[in-house]
Design a protein around this ligand. Structure first.
Ligand SMILES: [Zn+2]
Ligand SMILES: [Zn+2]
Length: 106
């Protein structure tokens, strides 16, 4: 029995989830399969949007509130690296979680 030709598995845009399809360029050419396979986003806009918002949503390990990068009093935004290490929304939650841990140990 001849093996059926499997269709290439559908790829989805890493940002909006739309199915990626080979594009037809303005000059009438189709995008090559190799190019499509390297592509992660449906278009440039999604690529840019994803770059602007690179980190997945995080939630406070104590109260479950969504974490966002903090803007310091000097106007600077918390660095991405710092944000990624942070697990609590604020000092209050960090202290509360530490207190709880202490209580559990005693
Ligand atoms: Zn997209
Ligand atoms: Zn919290």
């Amino acid at each position: 029995m001849p093996r059926p030709i499997l269709p290439t598995p559908a790829k989805h845009c890493a940002h909006c989830g739309a199915i990626l399809e080979r594009k037809r360029w303005a000059n009438g050419w189709m995008e090559s399969q190799a190019l499509l396979e390297r592509r992660t986003y449906c278009d440039r806009e999604c690529g840019y949007a994803a770059m602007r918002r690179p980190s997945p949503t995080k939630h406070c390990a104590h109260c479950g509130r969504r974490l966002a990068r903090v803007r310091w009093r000097n106007g600077k935004l918390e660095s991405q690296a710092l944000f990624e290490r942070r697990i609590y929304c604020g000092r209050v939650c960090a202290y509360a979680a530490a207190r709880k841990r202490r209580r559990l140990i005693q």
